[in-house]
Design a protein around this ligand. Sequence first.
Ligand SMILES: [Zn+2]
Ligand SMILES: [Zn+2]
Length: 62
Amino acid sequence: MAGNPDCGKDNHKMHICALKADGFDKQNPDEFRALIADPQYKCQKCGAQAKNRENLCEPVKL
Ligand SMILES: [Zn+2]
Ligand SMILES: [Zn+2]
């Protein structure tokens, strides 16, 4: 699976690392920026940061 092959979550395609692997950050820079603005959580796997834990594989509170 894109981004993080170990992540088996149903919504992995909405995770920051998968979105980046798909080029979503390039195609939809404004939407992507909204997801990572004012980050509250960090992915323990890839280090990506996001506002919502739903957008990370292994979220830990920042
Ligand atoms: Zn990740
Ligand atoms: Zn994931």
